[in-house]
Design a protein around this ligand. Sequence first.
Ligand code: OVV
Length: 401
Amino acid sequence: MAVSTLAQDLPTSDVDPFSHEVLENPIAFQVALRDVGPVVHLTRYDVYAMGRYEDVHAALINWQAFQSGAGVGLSNFRYEEPWRPPSLLLEADPPRHDAPRAVLSKILGPRALRKLRTAWFSDAEELVEDVVRERQFDAAERLAMAFPLRVFPDAVGIPREGRENLLPYGDHLFNAFGPPNDLVEKGNRRVADLSAWVNAQCARDVLADHGFGAQIWAAADRGDITPEQAPLVVRSLLSAGVDTTVHGLAAVLYAFATHPEQWQRLREEPYLARVAFDEAVRWESPVQTFFRTATTDIEVGGAAIPDGKKILMFLGSANRDPRKWTDPDAFDLARDPSGHVGFGMGLHQCVGQHVARLEAEALLTALARRVKRIEIAGPARRHHNNTLRAWESLPVQVELT
Ligand code: OVV
């Protein structure tokens, strides 16, 4: 790829996208990022930022130039020791990435998940019935957190003991993709204990028969992956499978609580539950950012990105780019949200997305059946994380059918 522009011609910014101010509300920062150009040099971290859909999409599908193997956080594994052994999926490139990916995508694929559908739909109905009876409750805690914790660890096949570690582990992991700021500092105090617990759950003899975890070990028996790889693939499930779905569900619940006409539409056409979830993933983008690393000198829109530099892709910004989306800030079930990059794009695109959609469909279907109106009933509070757009608290009030 030719380099046609000197790096000093690049727009620069000294804004810290991981500051509490931006994490609280990143929208204004994203507008500025997109408007200033396809690539902006963030001087504070010496990284190259992209916020437009076209450029983020192009980077995501170009794994040859934008590698994941040097880490998808700020830390560059070319020069720095990773804080945990790198993920065989997230933090790997072809060809090493491909066998673990193929194994997991079969285990988490739509066909395999059909077996879970009935049980998860009745779990959702039970949970919804218990919670909505109270009329006023915290939807972040009682639904968005409670439902994935009720179904997912059982599906993986981990024991009950210690499950309270799952969310704090994920929260720290997603913070650790960002700079070593106060959020990471706070997590560092518990990281040794949390990691030890998570790693212990990946052992074959700890995992229940027939769960996702056991199926990963069965793939090692068949020789599809090595026995050394199996525990790390299980770790990916426990790393990426809980916080992401929790915040995705919180996003769709917040969207409906603030868009009563859309809730009305879902109640009339409950088959829209899946579209609604994807629209919420586009609109809120629970995973806001990931990095890549330049494997060579790269030219993007006339800007030069030198070999070895980190590129910060703003998925949330791409998902609200008016160059791509009509009325991007509207949460609208009439829209076709497909093509959003909230699950990524290309060969790393979320391997658990069918699991997430099934959880969302189960929960939204149960709610749509039982709840006529849902509205915000107190101050909604954000949870700050270097990667995740999240809710700490979503007080709501419901009117039942
Ligand atoms: C997508 C994602 C997020 C966090 C962790 C992992 C994957 C993993 O593979 O460990």
